[in-house]
Design a protein around this ligand. Sequence first.
Ligand code: FER
Length: 384
Amino acid sequence: MRRERLKKILPVLLTAACLMTACGEGTEPVQGADAVTESEGTEQGASDETHSTEAGTEGTEMEPNEDMIAEAIRQETSRVESESETAESGSGAQEETPREPTAEISDLIPPKYTDYQMKEPGRIEQISYTTRDYFGDGEEVTKYANVYLPYDYSEDRQYNVLYLMHGIGGDENEWGMNRNSSKVKLIMDNLIYYGDIEPFIVVTPNGRSSSNFAAQGSDYNSFYVFGQELRNDLIPYIEKTYSTYGDPDAEGYDPAAVREHRAMAGLSMGGMQTINIGIGECLDLYRYFGAFSAAPTSNTAAQTAELLREDTHEIYYFYNICGTEDEIAYASASAAAKSLPDVCDRFEAGKNFMWQELKGAHDFRIWYLDSITLHSWHLPDGLI
Ligand code: FER
């Protein structure tokens, strides 16, 4: 019963994490007709220019568009800065980000998830942990991340964990999870408050595995080696510190044994990390994935298929979204995901895979929604 109920009411945000609760099998989203496109064959001229066809190609060998990178960094940097100004000015929880969802899109979000109910708020902790400069000389580095703990977090129970990644010009604060006015936190609080998902932990790390991680414009190639940090340092730290399903101090601890309790998702460069690192390198650690407007150096569907050829880890869910007017990522996100079920029998649309595209650009109008429309079967027919 509970399982059935969860399948039906799968709510808003964070695809992967919601699906951790729902246990993907047999979930059949009823999708709105117009804006949602299921995977079809893809012909992506633009993506051919930015992707090698060879599976497993390192991000460093690809040819990203430097102008787009500069623009993405500029946009994301200014967004992060203006959000922290908002936070510092103490202007309160209702404060909006500079790139507010349009009415068109925000109407898709059931108000119960965006209305402030202050009764059962979760809390945010800023953590620091020791890792290495995997991109550079391997020296020890202290890095920072935000951790969302659900209301009534208790050591007496165990929690699923979502690792939620930022874009090329962002940092651990880009999702706003460093402030109580965070929209992601609000949606999480509401999802949990209404009993629509099981409480879970969200970690927003800094995706640059470099001693230069704090410089938002620093060499983006440090994004590609984040898998080492995740595996060696961040996941063990989180599981030692919080009450998750994994306990690195326990005898015989096997991080792979609890992969069903971890999800990875991210926007743009974080979507690339989800695809290239989460699915491409860490399938033994994760079972749920979400890529939002995946960046140009994301593995193509063919590359992912090739990487998975020898792998037998079950994939519970892989959700993808991109705006059709996203000049930075529409081609790459499409190339990475749209045709995946056609080229790889590990993905089945409507079962453990979803591609979704709708009118929108490379911004939070899409990224807050990823979530909501992911669960479009929760919305009235024809709404999207
Ligand atoms: C690129 C254009 C954009 C690229 C990355 C991005 C690595 C990332 C954008 C973002 O994270 O918002 O060519 O190549």
